[in-house]
Design a protein around this ligand. Structure first.
Ligand SMILES: [Zn+2]
Length: 321
């Protein structure tokens, strides 16, 4: 499942290449025909991510909310601008091409799909729920869990249901819906500390609860807990407040890095060469995630795996207690 960094990258790709345009919006598959008709030809004003959800604000107050879920992905084709000047993401290594196809979503993979686009606009491939197209750039959405048009009030409610996201620097609700969030109240970090320590639910479950803190998925969950050397089964009420605060700070660090690189690289023990190797090789990127039975990189204990809240949880029984 795409984690928060991917959705932020998608939001930035829309900001780069589609915001400020009046794209044609259609549903090649047909399942989103009514929603697409509401948006077709309207100016795309804003693009924002909160956790794993994307909010595209169109003129007239219509907001397209998308959650990719387990299998969803966006394909960008045509003019697909590099996200950060001077920092080549893995997906855009090499000479920037004017026309390319870039897939964002579908688990950990992000990458060019095919080399040059032969024709433009490309014919829809597979079940395209929605196509958002300018004369230069096409964005195709396939397989989302949620794809719906909301009014400003419903958008505000959807955003308010999500916990804090450290990559959200402004008042997204105000930007997308025009109505600011209620009085600032405690800072985002304070909210997360409070929500992480208020319940007896295991911290490994709380970190995946999007109402506690937004954007963490299965990979970042396992890695954050390892980096904190925290037993995933620790009840939230037993997590010291400074540990909860450190988890939030660490999530901010990892998320910013993931947004920049497009890769979930969670090992802080690597030198520059090691980091380059890990960017190229998924097997070198993580402390515990996906390494069941392999020796812990720190202590040699076989990495344990179990089900927690329906997802596989990886952890080191020696380092994390
Ligand atoms: Zn260990």
């Amino acid at each position: 499942m795409p984690e928060g960094h991917t959705v932020h990258r998608i939001a930035r790709q829309f900001a780069r290449d589609l915001v400020g345009h009046r794209p044609a919006v259609s549903s090649p598959q047909g399942r989103f025909a009514a929603g697409a008709a509401l948006l077709d030809g309207r100016e795309l004003l804003t693009s924002a991510a909160v956790g794993k959800q994307l909010f595209l604000g169109f003129e007239g107050g219509h907001v397209l909310r998308v959650h990719l879920g387990l299998y969803g992905a966006w394909d960008f084709a045509g003019v697909v601008s590099p996200l950060e000047d001077g920092v080549a993401a893995v997906a855009s290594l090499g000479a920037p091409r004017v026309r390319r196809r870039l897939r964002m979503g579908e688990g950990e993979r992000e990458g060019d799909v095919g080399a040059e686009v032969e024709e433009f606009p490309p014919a829809p491939v597979g079940q395209v729920r929605v196509r958002i197209a300018t004369e230069a750039t096409v964005a195709d959405l396939r397989g989302p869990t949620a794809c719906e048009v909301l009014d400003p009030a419903a958008t505000a409610a959807a955003i308010d249901r999500l916990g804090p996201d450290p990559a959200v620097e402004d008042d997204v609700r105000a930007r997308v819906t025009g109505t600011p969030s209620e009085a600032a109240g405690p800072g985002a970090g304070d909210v997360v500390v409070q929500r992480l320590t208020a319940r007896r639910t295991p911290v490994g479950q709380l970190l995946m609860d999007q109402a506690v803190v937004a954007g963490i998925g299965n990979i970042y969950r396992a890695e954050l807990l390892y980096r904190a050397r925290l037993d995933p089964h620790t009840p939230g009420t037993r997590v010291p407040r400074e540990t909860a605060r450190a988890l939030w700070d660490d999530w901010a660090l990892l998320l910013a890095d993931g947004i920049r690189t497009g890769v979930m690289l969670t090992r802080e023990d690597l030198d520059e060469a090691g980091r380059a190797a890990a960017l190229a090789d998924p097997a070198e990127r993580h402390w515990v995630y996906g390494r069941a039975g392999e020796p812990c990189r720190t202590c040699g204990t076989p990495v344990a795996v179990e089900e927690m809240a329906g997802r596989r949880l990886y952890w080191c029984p020696t380092c994390q207690r």
